[in-house]
Write a protein that binds this ligand. Structure first.
Ligand code: HEC
Length: 159
């Protein structure tokens, strides 16, 4: 009886493994899902400018989570302020004209929220409050990324 149930278990595991393998093979043979996000057509320099700001965001968020874990609320406030309105540089008019208003507003609201996170981290010194704010702001990063992609026309790279 015992060996029979072992056999059953073994057979089941085998089936489950085969199934997983088949699912993976299936996935590999599928074309990648089409990208339905709205396209922002920018030249190479404009794209580089936006992506640099994005990497600064990610760097800031990484540092902020480290400061929250220690916790060092003065550092949290300082890092958040660095991602606030003061991070918004003069956007060249040509680039500005290419960015939809919703895109710019979403970006600005993220900067405003980091300023609020900075203020609250200094005054409330409450890790869980700051984490809640950070999570809500990260939701905006997520939704913008789900909505937009940047494309650069090939000829824009050559000059
Ligand atoms: C207003 C829209 C918007 C917001 C808000 C936004 N991003 Fe982005 N981000 C983009 C777009 C557009 C790209 C390019 C995506 C593409 O072309 O596939 C991008 C790309 C990136 C990249 C890739 C950078 C590279 O060098 O390739 C990182 C990292 C990133 N974003 C981090 C963040 C983080 C973190 C936040 C929030 C704190 C954030 N972004 C908020 C629009 C946004």
């Amino acid at each position: 009886m015992k060996s029979f149930s072992l056999w059953i278990t073994g057979a089941w595991l085998c089936l489950a493994f085969n199934h997983a393998l088949a699912a993976e093979t299936h996935a590999l043979h599928h074309a990648p899902a089409p990208d339905h996000r709205s396209v922002l057509t920018l030249d190479a320099g404009e794209r580089a400018m936006i992506l640099e700001e994005m990497r600064m965001f990610l760097d800031g968020v990484q540092k902020m989570t480290g400061a929250l874990a220690r916790p060092d609320m003065a550092a949290v406030a300082q890092i958040a302020r660095g991602m606030g309105q003061k991070m918004v540089h003069e956007v060249p008019p040509a680039l500005r004209a290419k960015l939809p208003q919703e895109f710019r507003q979403l970006g600005l609201s993220v900067h405003r929220e980091f300023d609020q996170i900075a203020l609250d981290a200094g005054s409330l010194q409450d890790v869980s409050h700051s984490l809640n704010q950070l999570s809500a702001t990260l939701q905006k990063c997520v939704s913008c990324h789900a909505t937009y992609q940047i494309q650069t026309p090939i000829h824009a790279d050559s000059h």
